[in-house]
Ligand binder design. Structure first.
Ligand code: SAH
Length: 390
């Protein structure tokens, strides 16, 4: 797995899994159990410095600070929707902007996490695709998103006891294109000494990078979602260029053969685009495509935006499509649109007032020291699409 360092050669400690940290610390002559203590300080006690780790010997703390640094994302904006959805905007140490979206819903509190800056998949309907891929996020950057949101939840109207219950890798980027960084981050989500999420509460969503899907299914028991978005090869090829590499048949055959645990199903996301893939013929074909796959279908009515002529189908059409699927024995839900009003404010995000954001996050988040910057890349004005619905 990749090891990341800052300008002075110190290792990004939060990009390491516990076994990797243990190995690194053994190299320093430290007893094995020390690494677990340090790991807990990082992921459960929100340590900002090694000096805070009071149950670790002073000499070890000094040695740790020489060898490692503790990475944080810099918060640059918080936007709250009338429906309770909250969008967090962050800057990476090299000045790229990313987002996470917190979605409260009755008994669930779902965090939608970004895995890349931009995306290389170029799906025609998706605005993130317009950015192209700027870079992969590191494990620390993927895992810091839920970590850094936890302490500020009361400030966005959630109770002291509120906890993120579900993680969905459905923010910016194609998570399986960033496999080598995704897997250590998922291990940090899952580890009981770190963020401690159950595998049942974590979903990785993909355009369908078949070999990586197979690899992930063999490696970690998390949930898989596949963005299908079409009912024929031609249709899918038109909107999802990845279909040229892995045909829909290849993708669905692979899904049929994946070692899915007894209690799990693959979610197929189907973005409904008016007059394109929302007819009853599409529904009939989709039923056939699902044959023999442990699946459920999640219909996502298209979120319109000024940069695309694509229309959201009328509600009645979405419901008719859903009813048809259900009548043919397919588990099928419609994703509620959330946070529309804050995504409309996307153009303003770059102007977020840094001082008020710092005050909002208070001591919970420390902007990364400038010394830890590697080669700075130019800042970009992200064209973030409606992450709440992502
Ligand atoms: N790259 C991964 C993770 C992103 S998930 C994937 O594609 O699965 C983002 C989801 O939002 C995908 O299912 C995508 O098809 C969907 N999407 C993109 N733009 C949308 C829009 N304007 N309206 C509704 N859904 C959209």
């Amino acid at each position: 797995m990749p090891v990341y360092t800052d300008a002075s050669g110190r290792i990004d400690i939060k990009s390491l899994t516990l076994p990797e940290l243990t190995e690194q610390m053994q190299g320093m002559g430290s007893e094995t159990f020390r690494s677990r203590q340090v790991y807990k300080w990082l992921w459960q006690k929100h340590a900002r410095t090694f000096d805070e780790m009071t149950n670790v010997a002073k000499t070890v703390r000094v040695a740790l600070a020489e060898k490692f640094y503790i990475a944080f994302l810099t918060p640059v904006g918080v936007l709250q929707s009338r429906d309770g959805t909250v969008k967090f905007l962050w800057k990476t140490h090299d000045d790229w902007q990313i987002e996470s979206v917190l979605i409260p819903d009755e008994d669930r509190l779902t965090l939608c996490v970004s895995s890349q800056v931009g995306c290389a998949m170029a799906c025609t309907f998706c605005l993130t695709g317009d950015l192209g891929l700027k870079r992969h996020l590191r494990p620390s950057e993927i895992a810091n998103q839920p970590l850094q949101i936890r302490p500020v939840m009361p400030k966005v109207g959630l109770s002291e006891e509120a906890r993120i219950t579900n993680i969905v890798m459905m923010g910016m980027g194609e998570p399986l294109h960033n496999y080598d960084n995704l897997v250590p981050a998922l291990k940090t989500y899952l580890d009981e000494d770190a963020l401690g999420f159950s595998h049942r509460k974590i979903t990785v969503s993909t355009v369908g990078l078949v070999p990586r899907m197979q690899q992930l299914a063999a490696e970690l028991p998390v949930n898989l979602a596949v963005s299908l978005n079409a009912s024929t090869e031609e249709q899918r090829r038109e909107v999802m260029p990845i279909t040229r590499k892995y045909s829909m048949k290849t993708l669905l055959d692979a899904c049929r053969d994946l070692p899915i645990p007894q209690a799990k199903r693959i979610t197929f996301e189907y973005v409904m685009m008016g007059g394109f893939n929302d007819s009853m013929e599409d529904a009939a074909r989709l039923v056939k495509l699902m044959h023999g796959i442990k699946s459920k279908v999640n219909l996502i009515p298209y979120n319109e935006n000024p940069d695309r002529a694509i229309k959201r189908p009328p509600e009645a059409r979405v419901r008719a499509f859903q009813h048809y699927m259900v009548s043919r024995g397919i588990q099928c839900s419609v994703r509620t649109t959330r946070g529309i009003d804050i995504s409309a404010a996307c153009g303003q995000l770059g102007k977020a007032d840094a001082a008020s954001v710092a005050e909002f996050f208070g001591a919970a988040i420390v902007p990364q020291a400038p010394t830890s910057c590697t080669t700075p890349e130019p800042s970009t004005q992200s064209a973030l699409r409606d992450g709440a619905d992502a």
